[in-house]
Design a protein around this ligand. Structure first.
Ligand code: G3I
Length: 316
């Protein structure tokens, strides 16, 4: 196999990327996106602020653009994300809704969006980033207004709107075994015990060079042992700039090790990278002096990490 998607498919896994809507007119970008990946996640355009900028008024055009791109290129779509405290319009955050009202605002959003994309979406990140670092639930407007039952309500609403999509919970800093991933483990165990429809766990995996958690595989395996699929959903490995050949070589090894870990866990469905070109990455804008986190450089030339990932999937 000469491409990531061919190599991953031969292992029964998907390999995906986040797609920036503004790059769909750049043919260098789209050629890599379609050739190398068989799964796509909207980097932004399937979030609440884009999809429902004002109450009950839905804006599907940018998301539909991604669906059309994916369908033209035989790619699955990983929906991201239905309920998240960030990129949430202020009419929700500051709407002054009581619990009943906010629950109905939330379920209306889920029902509309999941129904609209019903025939095109394989996975949904139903809830995103609901935990604090200590494993307690984050005090989002949903948690603070509705209470923790909002999570079960969200999954049930998504299942009602699309019985076939796989429904996931997604978070960061839950890749290794730690207080936050213990909180996630306890929550999904209790949701399963209550019969809440949940199919998968997403580990975002925004890693730092030389700091991939040594407990990644054990942690993935404990979720797999609950019968859940466990996916790497937003992989990147950032470093202190400037990049040099030593750092890029360690980065390559570490990308390969993440692939190896997924392949070692039977229920790991696949890996999505959070953009493939350093030039498009969210990292430099958020972490000052950090970057070079992706598989391709600023000119979309493949980096050692690309070759290592291909080899780790069994390609050449
Ligand atoms: O849409 C506006 C545009 O109108 C305006 O001109 C421009 C000026 O800055 O901003 C645009 O919005 C930006 C948006 O990306 C679209 O480009 C926001 O400022 C910017 O904050 C937003 O960043 C995104 C971030 O989520 C928001 O939290 C990143 O692109 C995106 O990569 C990032 O993705 C998240 C995942 O969804 C969840 N996990 C963490 C990951 C990284 O933060």
């Amino acid at each position: 196999a000469a491409t990531l998607r061919e190599a991953a498919a031969a292992q029964g896994r998907f390999v995906g990327t986040a797609i920036a809507d503004g790059k769909l007119s750049n043919t260098t970008y789209t050629n890599i996106a379609r050739t190398e990946f068989d799964s796509v996640t909207a980097e932004n355009v399937m979030k609440w602020d884009t999809l429902e900028p004002s109450r009950n008024s839905f804006n599907y055009a940018p998301g539909d653009r991604l669906v059309n791109f994916a369908q033209a290129n035989d790619q699955q779509i990983y929906g991201h994300t239905l309920v998240w405290h960030s990129q949430l319009p202020s009419w929700v955050t500051n709407g002054g809704f009581n619990a009943t009202e906010l629950n109905s605002v939330m379920t209306n959003h889920i029902t509309n969006v999941v129904t609209h994309y019903r025939d095109s979406i394989e996975y949904w990140d139903v809830v995103n980033e609901v935990f604090n670092e200590d494993g307690t639930l984050r005090g989002s407007v949903f948690q603070n207004t509705i209470g923790q039952g909002y999570i079960a309500n969200a999954f049930r609403a998504a299942r009602a709107a699309d019985p076939d999509a796989k429904l996931c919970i997604n978070d960061y800093n839950v890749e290794g075994t730690n207080a936050k991933s213990n909180g996630l483990y306890n929550l999904v165990s209790s949701l399963l015990n209550q019969g809440v429809p949940i199919d998968c766990v997403g580990l975002q995996s925004h890693f730092i060079l030389d700091q991939i958690p040594s407990t990644l595989q054990a942690n993935m395996q404990r979720f797999a042992n609950l019968g859940l699929e466990v996916n790497i959903t937003e992989l990147d490995i950032r470093m202190t700039l400037p990049a040099d050949s030593a750092k890029l070589s360690r980065q390559a090894t570490q990308y390969a090790s993440v692939v190896g870990t997924c392949l070692a866990v039977a229920n790991c469905g696949g890996i999505t990278v959070w953009g493939f070109g350093d030039v498009d990455s969210w990292i430099p804008g958020v972490f000052d002096g950090q970057g070079a986190a992706c598989l391709y450089d600023n000119n979309y030339a493949p980096k050692p990490a690309y070759n290592a990932m291909l080899t780790a999937f069994g390609g050449e």
